[in-house]
Design a protein. Structure first.
Length: 199
């Protein structure tokens, strides 16, 4: 009688463990907004891929099962939005995007969006980056670190970050005090310099 009542109320009766076995097929909790890259780097491609893969994990899809999973490929292509779907469609032509593996699609788009940067151009952007009006010290630090990623400074990275940080500060008096500290102790690091202002 309990079974009949459950059917009448539209509640299906599942065997123990049935929910777990169906977990990979659960409907997505939501869809990511389309990938959006701009000249200023509104979103980095590698970061977007990481977010997409976290989205898959949150929906019960294991990464080891993704490469030839048609559902994952369809979700990935959908998440690109019209602009980048058209780009990937051209990149893999004459094949169809849906005929490619997940890793092939990622590789094709990464090659298009993440071409090897010109070091001198990256350094120019880094060296010209001053603290903006109203920008906090911590936000300024984050932006300098981001711009330094492709500058290829090697073991001189910390020194360049420190010097650019001081030179770009809007408060002249603060910059002069920090320069004095660095002059007194040449081993003063970038992190030590920042800590003088944020602690």
């Amino acid at each position: 009688m309990a079974n009949d009542e459950g059917s009448a109320n539209g509640v299906s009766q599942q065997q123990p463990g049935a929910h777990a076995s169906m977990q990979p097929n659960v409907r997505p909790t939501s869809f990511l907004p389309p990938f959006n890259a701009t000249y200023d780097g509104q979103e980095d491609w590698d970061c977007y891929v990481e977010r997409f893969e976290l989205f898959l994990t949150a929906n019960g899809i294991e990464m080891k099962d993704c490469n030839d999973n048609k559902r994952v490929i369809a979700m990935f292509l959908h998440s690109l939005g019209p602009k980048y779907y058209a780009i990937v469609r051209n990149l893999v032509s004459p094949s169809k995007p849906t005929d490619k593996s997940y890793s092939d699609l990622k590789k094709a788009l990464r090659g298009h969006l993440k071409s090897t940067p010109m070091v001198v151009a990256e350094r120019r952007k880094f060296l010209r980056r001053d603290q903006h009006p109203g920008e906090s010290t911590t936000d300024y630090v984050v932006q300098l670190k981001k711009l330094s990623l492709n500058c290829n400074y090697g073991d001189k990275l910390d020194e360049n970050l420190r010097d650019r940080f001081i030179s770009g500060l809007r408060n002249e008096a603060t910059a002069l005090k920090l320069m004095e500290k660095v002059s007194d102790k040449e081993t003063f690091t970038f992190n030590q310099t920042v800590e003088c202002l944020v602690t």
